[in-house]
Design a protein around this ligand. Sequence first.
Ligand SMILES: Nc1ncnc2c1ncn2[C@@H]1O[C@H](COP(=O)(O)OP(=O)(O)OP(=O)(O)O)[C@@H](O)[C@H]1O
Ligand SMILES: [Mg+2]
Length: 250
Amino acid sequence: MLLEIKNLHTKVENKAILKGIDLRINPGEVHAIMGPNGAGKSTLGNILAGKPGYKVTEGEVLLEGKNLLELDASERAHVGVFLSFQYPVEIPGVSNTQFLKTAVNSMRKAQNQSELDAMSFMKKLRANMEILEMDQKYMKRGVNDGFSGGEKKRNEMLQMMMLEPKICILDETDSGLDIDALQVVSKGANHMRDQKRGFIVITHYQRLLNYIVPDFVHVLADGKIVKSGNRSLALELEDKGYAWINEQGV
Ligand SMILES: Nc1ncnc2c1ncn2[C@@H]1O[C@H](COP(=O)(O)OP(=O)(O)OP(=O)(O)O)[C@@H](O)[C@H]1O
Ligand SMILES: [Mg+2]
């Protein structure tokens, strides 16, 4: 088992947000999470990544058997948790190359691997940028500084490809992407898909799942997973809306 979420409950400012999430992800699997606005999807991603401010009141999260909840956000990144944000941050003044190099090497250090030398780093960077059809000029600029929405998403995918995390959490990576960018970003994700890692793909639209094809689809509503299925569930949701699940009496 790669990631195991057991009976996860969360409160934010004393309000219950997640009300008992159970999710098991095997290596190699892609799990899509859909659900209405405010259901708790981003909260789940934030909790897995260790964003401060969320109080876990019950439950467990294990990554390869290790208790994730006792690690801080940077320690979680080091053991292989990656969260792409619904709204990526900008870090003006730190070049994209420098940021990535520092991030990759601090991760390698934490995993007792030697630092990548400049040549190997650049080689890997160029190969990944080629897959993402990114121009070199983005590397000299500050991290996401003045990047368009689509460029930020592409840049996050580059970060993910460089860091090679074990669990990749994509929170609405498709929002604001044009069709070409959507294909390119999906290509990046698919390139990373292998038996070593798993994905949690949060999205509102079935469209993304045509490109990043999930093994499982879960519907999160009011802090709980109310329905799980395969890819066809996403199609059915698009067709019938979330009200359809309520009508089924779940
Ligand atoms: N830091 C916070 N402070 C106060 N409330 C919060 C905080 N984070 C989340 N919430 C609340 O938790 C609920 C779930 O929010 P969350 O962002 O997880 O929803 P979501 O499923 O990602 O929705 P969307 O589809 O709109 O992105 C919302 O009611 C939100 O206002
Ligand atoms: Mg969200």
